[in-house]
Design a protein. Structure first.
Length: 215
């Protein structure tokens, strides 16, 4: 289980730039227990991750076909509740044995997106079908790297290639996942996400802000 809080601290509409700060709390030993937890490699200890989020649209470029591009990124530092420590050594192999802690981690990601809706509305309408105008192709990479010693992991990269479809009240995204190095894995994967926009579906109930600081 993970809980997060994010606050938008800066917006520059002219240059299509946005900056946010967040903190995420991951609770250890949640989601599975016993043999199932071991099989799924569930963390036995929790962690807290302060994170920076930013996004930059390229609408201020002089080349029209490049203006629908946008770049987003995150950078976080995960602090483990219980640090990984060597407790003893295997008498037969001499390998180090560890406690149930985890290492601190650097985490981050970058994405490159191309908004067909931006192309139609802000650059030029090429007469594409409405379905095409709702698409946003995306390429992204996520990475993590140990930030403390000892550790039992190494730097990992995961590349995603996919497309998002955005409607008025929902959005659907599908991506192919490609391991960026041997430490990440050896097989391709796929992930899909489905989002509902409550402010459009239920504007007078769940679509309202829980707290409005300006009233």
């Amino acid at each position: 289980m993970e809980l997060g809080l994010k606050y938008k601290i800066y917006v520059n509409p002219e240059h299509e730039f946005m900056l946010s700060l967040g903190v995420f709390r991951e609770f250890g030993r949640t989601g599975a227990t016993g043999d199932t937890a071991a099989a799924l490699d569930v963390d036995q200890t929790g962690s807290t991750t302060p994170t920076i989020f930013w996004g930059k649209g390229l609408g201020d470029l002089p080349i029209g076909l490049l203006r629908p591009l946008a770049i987003t990124g995150t950078l976080g530092y995960s602090v483990a509740d219980q640090k990984l420590k060597v407790t003893s050594f295997d008498p037969d192999t001499g390998n180090a044995l560890f406690n149930n802690g985890t290492s601190n981690l650097w985490t981050g990601g970058l994405s490159l997106q191309y908004s067909m809706r931006y192309l139609q509305s802000q650059v030029k309408d090429y007469g594409f079908p409405e379905f095409v105008n709702r698409l946003t192709p995306v390429a992204e990479v996520a990475w993590s790297s140990p930030a403390s010693k000892p550790n039992t992991t190494s730097t990992q990269y995961l590349v995603g290639l996919g497309v998002n479809y955005t409607a008025q009240a929902y959005a659907l995204g599908v991506e192919m996942l490609i391991p960026g190095n041997k430490q990440t894995g050896s097989h391709l994967g796929v992930i899909a996400q489905f989002h509902l926009y409550f402010d459009d579906l239920l504007p007078n109930s769940l679509g309202k802000p829980i707290v409005n600081w300006w009233q």
